[in-house]
Design a protein around this ligand. Sequence first.
Ligand code: ZN
Length: 407
Amino acid sequence: MRKINTKSFRRATRTTTREINRQIVLNLVREHQPISRAELARHMGVARGSVTPLVKDLLADGLIYEGTTKAVTSRGRRPRLLYVRTRDRLAIGVDIRYSGTSILVADFAGQEIASDRFATPLVPEEMVTRLTSRLRGVKEKCTDVGECEGVGLVVPGIVDPATGVVLRAPTLGWREVDLRGALAAAIEVPVYIERDAVACAMAHMWMGHTPGEKGDNFVYLTVSDGVGTGLVVNGGILRGALSTAGEFGHIPLNIDGPRCACGARGCLEAYTANPATVARYLGRELDSAEAYAALRFSDVDIRGVIARARSGDAAASRALRETGHYLGLGIANLINAVSPAQVVVGGEITAAWDLIETFIRESLRSRALTTASAETPVVIETNEDLLRLRGGTSLVLAPVLGAPEVA
Ligand SMILES: [Zn+2]
């Protein structure tokens, strides 16, 4: 049960109940469309008459629309069915990474309308100029399809949710960069911003196919150049007091372990991020700065290691197996700390899932604290690139579909 914060609250007004029920109707239509008013009333456990004014509200605001159907009821009537208006409502997702910046324009149903990609300028001012002109370009292309209702930026770093400022993005070399503010001033739509793993978790929550309990409580774990998590608890993102919750990549597995990019030793990331797996395969020290630098000039990357393991290279299989072992330990920590209904793993390593799953499960079982938690489902997201972009569009979608904040 949530305690009411007497210093910061939103007082319930006469319209509060209606606001909440309206959002419930909107989400029921979204999940069950096409749906009749009678079915809606059944889902909500109320009389049809209670649903009618809420539907009227949503129709008036253009959030849903009425369509016809070929189906005829037993009384010979043709029910008017409700749909969520998605086709002419557009959202833009922007995935910013060291290796490049991708843009996706999609409608509210997630259908792709346009896309673009360019090299990421590391100087923030240059990034603002480049991104503004590219966004104007894709917006232009979509004017016939619908109206762009917002831009969602996905960044590989920690974001202050109150100000939208990127506090730190190590791979981009950014500290205290107000990309959101600069863009919002340049283009005429709302701009949202989020850390990448959180955006992936949001995409999974809003656009994914795991409705119900599992979709309300899960951890999204991304294993790529770095390791990060997005924690979804009771249908909301767990952020913590300083919004740095979810930095599970930096929980120590061994305090004397290899040096991590964060400066500490033995972090989960230092054992399981792609560079660690590749270094392990090449027989290099995980914690030597030179080894990491050397990897940049090596012609083997994580995909290469996976391909070699598949063609019978024993060293590659061993390197992946070890990564699986450490991943299992990290996931056990996550499960013990958060008790998610499931863990979703994304990133390049998922291409080797059939080779490492047994080892992940083995170490997970050895460290999970109860028999039931040891069996927490661990599933994979095979297209994290697309998920990150969908995460960007979800940032625009969420305020439209989310629950109103009360008390
Ligand atoms: Zn670390």
